[in-house]
Design a protein around this ligand. Structure first.
Ligand code: WQD
Length: 344
């Protein structure tokens, strides 16, 4: 019998790509999402790719009684992938309590309910933000955790601690914590992708929207960093590659391949790419000249960070495969599809 996986935040950007990969790997997927930052139409995109309609419930993980009823309604869930969270760094500075409530209470509710309903494992979405500005690159999982730069980043750090403390207390639960670097791109079918609400904060949607003429000009935040071309360096990871890592993690967690009850993996390519290099790749694959200008640094930006993904490669058996060129092709194709569909 196929294993049943609950994906919280399953209509979101990384969540939806993970649902596709899980279904294609034979898992039965149940999505819950409060649709605060995504649209239910995403389900149609998933079905177009896989031909399988996932169960969907509009629910907020913060609402304990509803979550309890949910687990009563859907018995036999084997594992959870917990994506549902608020994730805008700037907004978290403005609305810290909202961030702490959403991101902490959601996890607390899930952890409390897991043993009651015999759910054995939880994969948690964390972030390279926990490392702050690295002392050395590439960075591995043993690098120190630095004080968080924002309430958002702090919620991820605290969530990691909550998971560790709960499991060390003897709770009958396993967890794999995945620290994502910078996920970009879209499914190659262009049926699902990233759909930021309002003005994009992240680089790639800003690039593709500028390429499409939705935004007039991209601002490049700083070219006076201590990097080869002066712009910041990130480890941009293809979202489908990232999604595949979750399937591998779920399998590892639920088949007891490891005696460790909590494991942490960096998910990145191991390659640092600068902001200006990424613009160059976009121009090559789209054939468009991008209108951009160099402006001052953005407050709180890290100068350079890229992953040592050795642990994920060797222990998890997962490696990022897609090239940065193909990834930017997918991002551009998705932006064009949004135009065809009249979305933007
Ligand atoms: C990348 C680079 C910008 C926009 C990521 C996640 C974020 C958070 C932390 C993740 C930077 C530059 C950007 C623009 C630019 N949490 N840039 N012009 O800051 O690495 O953050 O990690 O869990 O959600 O996305 O990503 O895409 O915002 O920026 O020059 O209009 O692009 O300065 O150097 P970042 P990003």
């Amino acid at each position: 019998m196929s294993k049943k996986i609950l994906v919280t935040g399953g209509t979101g950007y990384i969540g939806s790509h993970t649902v596709v990969e899980l279904q294609q790997a034979g898992y039965e997927v149940i999505i819950i999402d409060n649709l605060s930052n995504s649209n239910v139409d995403v389900i149609e995109g998933i079905v177009k790719i896989t031909g399988i309609l996932p169960v969907f419930e509009k629910l907020d993980c913060v609402d304990f009684p509803s979550m309890k009823s949910f687990f009563e309604k859907y018995p036999g869930i084997d594992g959870i992938i917990h994506f549902a969270a608020s994730k805008a760094v700037g907004e978290s500075v403005q609305k810290p309590l909202m961030y702490y409530r959403n991101n902490l209470v959601s996890l607390l509710n899930l952890l409390e309910l897991m043993p009651q309903f015999n759910v054995r494992g939880i994969v948690f979405s964390s972030t390279c933000t926990v490392y702050g500005e690295p002392d050395n690159n590439p960075i591995d999982e043993n690098a120190p955790i630095k004080p968080a730069e924002s309430p958002y980043g702090n919620t991820k750090q605290i969530n990691e601690e909550i998971i560790r403390d709960f499991i060390h207390s003897g709770a009958p639960v396993k967890s794999i914590i995945l620290r994502y670097f910078n996920p970009i791109g879209a499914h190659p079918s262009a049926e699902i992708g990233e759909l930021p609400i309002g003005v994009p904060q992240n680089l790639v949607p800003y690039i593709t929207q500028t390429g499409m003429g939705i935004r007039e000009q991209l601002s490049v935040f700083g070219n006076d960093y201590n990097t080869p071309d002066g712009s910041c360096i990130r480890d941009f990871i293809n979202v489908v590659d990232l999604a595949r890592a979750h399937v591998t993690a779920v399998e590892r967690m639920l088949t007891d391949k490891s005696d460790e009850k909590v494991e942490i993996f960096n998910l990145g390519t191991g390659r640092g790419v600068s902001v200006l290099e990424l613009i160059d790749v976009f121009e090559k694959v789209s054939g468009k000249k991008l209108n951009y200008k160099i402006v001052g640094r953005r407050e709180g930006d890290i100068e350079q960070i890229w992953a040592n993904p050795g642990r994920a490669n060797n222990v998890l058996g997962w490696t990022a495969k897609e090239s940065i060129e193909d990834t930017m092709v997918s991002a551009w194709k998705w932006q064009q599809r949004l135009r065809e569909r009249g979305v933007m």
